[in-house]
Design a binder for this molecule. Structure first.
Ligand code: NAD
Ligand code: WQD
Length: 336
């Protein structure tokens, strides 16, 4: 058993990872400023896990707070989720993104160094591969950025790699998520985007609940099986398990790794709409509209390195992802 600090642990992926870590026998401490999390997430985590939740409310860029957390809790390792994550918004507000995502990581690493804690799992993204025809993408594909958000992830990865290369006491797990979707099997936590989501699955969910009238499918003239974009959707509970395996590998071996977390299989936009329609029990309406600027046709993970290095394999299907999302969003509507 280890004691793990989760920055951004009240957010979408962080809250699911919290539950998997507790199930795996770890003690977990959350630090979150709740700028993108609901206030009742800790209470919900307590209900699901049956254990009290330790939460520090505050900013990951606050060095005084970080020093206090490390002084009060005997932390063995950190999973760093806290970040801003909207690609489009990052183009409008690059400084906010650089300050939070890069500044936050650097402040955290300095506090870790001072506290003698040198095990960290970092939330990275497939966005670090840029626009490429090589599919599925292996981890040694060159990194390139097409947005300030992607820049912050490449910079974060590079900072961690440099520190680990210079000092063998550091072990870093860089996890490049593909398209995380779905919700916890309890239907008590899930993704909670704003009024008009940017991403496909939460948008479909709002059409399914009747909050939005129709899905816009961004282009049907790509070179794919039905012309719509292909992505590697991964269930958030599988993703959460990836963090447990990454942390265990860091703690057990002291070796760093950088791996894709995806299924290795792509689905088209129309396949996702069909799977969601089956999950919610009605055919969801959609229109084909223009391509979204900046979108690539296909983005899928080569998953073997994660399997070989940390023993990760995604198990849940697209139907599981849609059913769990629908259980979460329909439950929210029923309780509102
Ligand atoms: P999220 O917004 O739900 O979670 C992030 C959490 O961090 C939120 O609870 C937010 O309140 C908190 N936070 C933000 N800024 C903070 C700060 N300065 N100090 C303290 N807490 C702060 O997002 P998510 O989808 O759970 O993403 C988690 C991580 O995974 C992020 O680093 C994101 O870039 C990365 N990621 C997400 C996706 C995705 O599609 N969701 C894909 C690839 C990578
Ligand atoms: C998926 C597919 C769209 C919305 C983004 C970030 C990436 C990562 C995950 C953080 C594409 C199509 C979408 C809609 C549609 N985040 N689509 N109608 O763009 O693969 O990845 O989230 O690291 O960095 O870029 O995800 O869900 O927006 O799109 O047709 O209303 O659905 O064109 O083919 P994306 P997405």
């Amino acid at each position: 058993m280890s004691r793990i600090l989760l920055t951004g642990g009240a957010g979408y992926i962080g809250s699911h990872t919290y539950l998997r870590l507790v199930e795996a026998g770890h003690q977990v401490v959350i630090l979150d400023n709740f700028m993108n999390a609901r206030d009742d997430v800790p209470e919900r985590l307590e209900r699901i896990s049956g254990h009290p939740v330790t939460v520090y409310r505050g900013d990951v860029r606050d060095r005084v707070l970080l020093d206090r957390v490390f002084a009060e809790q005997a932390i063995d390792g950190v999973v760093h989720f806290a970040a801003l994550k909207a690609v489009g918004e990052s183009v409008q507000k690059p400084l906010d993104y650089i300050h939070t995502n890069v500044g936050g990581l650097l402040t955290l690493m300095a506090a870790m160094e001072a506290a003698d804690v040198r095990r960290i799992v970092f939330s990275s993204s497939a966005t670090v591969y840029g626009d490429t025809d090589i599919q599925p993408i292996p981890e040694d594909h060159p990194r390139t950025y097409a947005s300030p958000y992607a820049y912050t992830k490449i910079t974060g990865e590079t900072a961690l790699e440099q520190v680990a290369a210079a000092d063998s006491r550091w072990a870093v797990g860089i996890l490049r998520y593909f398209n995380p979707v779905g919700a916890h099997r309890s239907a008590l936590i899930g993704e909670d985007p704003g009024d008009i989501p940017n991403n496909l699955m939460p948008y479909i969910a709002k059409v399914a609940t009747g909050e939005l009238p129709k899905i816009s499918v961004f282009g049907d003239d790509y070179d794919t099986s039905d012309g719509t974009g292909v992505r590697d959707y991964i269930h958030v509970e599988d993703l959460a398990q990836g963090h447990v395996l990454s942390l265990n590998a860091l703690i057990e071996t002291g070796q760093s790794h950088a791996v894709n977390l995806g299924t290795g299989t792509g689905s088209t936009v129309l396949e996702v709409i069909r799977a969601y329609s089956a999950a919610c029990g009605r055919d969801l309406p959609y229109d084909i509209v223009d391509r979204r600027p900046g979108d690539v046709a296909v983005l899928t993970a080569r998953p073997d390195k994660a399997r070989d290095l940390i023993g990760f394999e995604a198990r849940r299907t697209l139907d599981d992802m849609c059913r769990s999302s629908w259980a979460w969003v329909s439950g929210q509507i029923a309780n509102s």
